[in-house]
Ligand binder design. Structure first.
Ligand code: ZN
Length: 64
């Protein structure tokens, strides 16, 4: 079976075991100043059932 990316899969993305792992990865990125706080979020993947991190949509902070 080929693993060619068709754009809608998560191929090539880093996968995390669960939400805590993904959130921890985000915190590390923030701590390393790779991303700004609030600009990334974790989400469960519908393709691989793992967790990924991605950029939040509305360009920055959300009230919480
Ligand atoms: Zn995935």
């Amino acid at each position: 079976m080929r693993t060619r990316s068709k754009g809608r899969s998560c191929a090539g993305k880093r996968r995390y075991e669960g939400e805590p792992s993904a959130d921890k990865a985000i915190r590390e990125l923030v701590a390393a100043k790779r991303v700004t706080p609030g600009s990334m979020h974790s989400y469960q993947c519908r393709f691989c059932d793992g967790w990924h991190i991605g950029h939040t949509r509305h360009g920055g902070r959300r009230p919480q």
